[in-house]
Design a protein around this ligand. Structure first.
Ligand SMILES: Cc1cc2nc3c(=O)[nH]c(=O)nc-3n(C[C@H](O)[C@H](O)[C@H](O)COP(=O)(O)O)c2cc1C
Length: 193
């Protein structure tokens, strides 16, 4: 059965990261499938070995379509080893705020996911994304610009994406206690404890 990578994206960066995760994982544990949340039939979730769910971050939270999917399909998702990732732009913040902002987002998203599921997931990550001209406007743009932040930029670090893909593979390959193969262990990258 394939490993499923699902994503919620507004401007395409989360989709690209999902594709990169997929190809890296497929090079070690094929097959994989990648789908936008809007393109998956939730009744097919039992057909996958493991599920990796990712969302772009807006307003320091997952996109509503990702949170809604998590809530609506909680029971099916919990039957599988579940990993989550987020794609945001904390590196666009002014330098002084960057670390604090990233940790705040990590904590907030982790708490929300665990609250919806009622349990921890097998692994989590927050990756840098991309901001194109005109995507972020108004107050956010103005404040970032004034205090040394950026409103345009590519903050992706592909080596971090691939390293997390390798961690996911490691977790999935690790035998569960008392079983021949399984999913014990956790893979955390960039998300606060
Ligand atoms: C309207 C808007 C709001 C955003 N808000 C946040 C935010 O609160 N925190 C953050 O880390 N990134 C934020 N971002 C940055 C996006 O998460 C980042 O650009 C990401 O790469 C977008 O992914 P996507 O291309 O898949 O939509 C925002 C971007 C936009 C366009």
């Amino acid at each position: 059965m394939p490993i499923l990578i699902l994503y919620a994206s507004e401007h395409g960066t989360t989709a690209e990261i999902a594709e990169r995760l997929s190809s890296r994982i497929a090079s070690q544990l094929p097959p994989t499938e990648v789908h936008a949340l809007s393109d998956i039939d939730p009744t097919t979730l039992p057909n996958y070995t493991a599920i990796i769910l990712g969302s772009a971050i807006h307003g320091a939270a997952w996109l509503p379509k990702a949170t809604n999917f998590l809530t609506a399909n909680k029971n099916a998702l919990l039957q599988k080893p579940l990993f989550v990732f987020s794609v945001g732009a904390p590196d666009a913040m002014p330098k002084l705020l960057r670390g604090w902002w990233k940790r705040m987002e990590e904590r907030k998203i982790k708490e929300k996911v665990e609250k919806v599921l009622g349990t921890k997931v097998k692994g989590e990550a927050l990756f840098g994304g991309k901001l194109d001209e005109g995507e972020v406007g108004g107050c956010v743009s103005c404040c970032c610009g004034m205090f040394g932040g950026r409103t345009v930029g590519d903050f992706r670090k592909w080596e971090e994406v691939e390293a997390w893909a390798d961690e996911v593979v490691g977790v999935l390959k690790k035998p569960a206690e008392g079983e021949g193969e399984g999913v014990e262990g956790e893979s955390q990258r960039g998300l606060a404890d």
